[in-house]
Write a protein that binds this ligand. Sequence first.
Ligand SMILES: *Cc1c(COP(=O)(O)O)cnc(C)c1O
Length: 396
Amino acid sequence: MEQTKLTHLGRKPKDFQGIVNTPVCYTSTILFPDLKSYRGAEKVYKSTADDALPALSYGRYGTPSSFSLQDALSELEGGDHSIVTCSGQAAIATVLFSFLKPGDHLLIVDSVYGPTRRLCDQEIAGIGVQVEYYDPLIGAGIENLIKPNTKLIYMESPGSLSFEIQDVPSIVAAAKKHNIPTAMDNSWSTPLLFRTFDHGVDVSIHSATKYINGHSDIIMGVITTTKKHYHSIYNCFRNYGFAASPGDCFLVLRGLRSLAQRLRQQQENALKLATWLKSRKEVVKILHPAFSDCPGHEFWKRDYKGSSGLFAVILDKAYSEEALARMFDNFRLLGMGFSWGGYESLAIPFDPSTIRTATKWPHQGSSIRISVGLEDYEDIRQDIEDGLNRLAMMNN
Ligand SMILES: *Cc1c(COP(=O)(O)O)cnc(C)c1O
């Protein structure tokens, strides 16, 4: 079903002389054939936050390339409309600024993506919004934090770096009881592994830079939402001008075709690798939602359709920078870089202990985040085994 969708979504050959993929339509200007159509486009410009709609009227408001990709993504995710943005960060900013005004209160998860946190602490708090972080495992307890001025509850599951799975249905239930909209960064799962709208979330956000594109060559974001919230979010998007390039939309739609196959391979590689890593003496904990000792694993089991290729490993002690360099500097396959979800494997050290405010990071050992790629499993495993052996050499 999903494979078939991924194969056929977002194609409009009838509109393009039979061309199988929507061509890249680079344009700033749309020429109107007569004054009447020009006046029609003017009306779209002048629409309000309650009825703002995209139209082929100016490059920043969308092109056939972005419309095709948006159609594909909204159908895949099960929402009413999608908006593609120039980055995942722009998608997050659009959602936050569309719901929050000075004097409002935001509840946002403590394990949120680092740059989202900086956006909240600096720009969102900067306009006079009260930003409050909550424990990723809070579940139904979120109700105790809701205030009369709470205007948005923001989730990200699993947590960035720390992989806690949130009890989304309980949080959504509390939010609905108080008529508060919910948004969720669903990048780790893609639309395939966690069904945001089936779980009552109002706004789903992805960094399409990661699995959706999957080829490590594009920065893009996507917001998918329901009819109810679409116009005001779209209005905020057009006010900020966060448009995605037509060429990038073409490439992301191309990457999307193989999402299911890539994820399947990455899931399998990651599960095998995490299982093998667990048997190593240097490893004390695996933070992978499919593993029973991952915080919130029971919610993953209940709500998710699988796991992707990004997880973390906690080592038995805090290794010296020299020991870590011996490992990281000499991987043959694993690259060291921000980002994840591409076709190639990556590994980075991380330490969330100084970032959090609502919860305490419980681990003392060095931590490594691994984004498993599409290489043959045995080759990645060997690269990591050699790395761990270098790490564990004397003079740690
Ligand atoms: C990378 C990332 C983002 C930001 O996406 P960009 O496309 O890099 O702007 C947002 N959320 C999560 C969880 C991410 O990993």
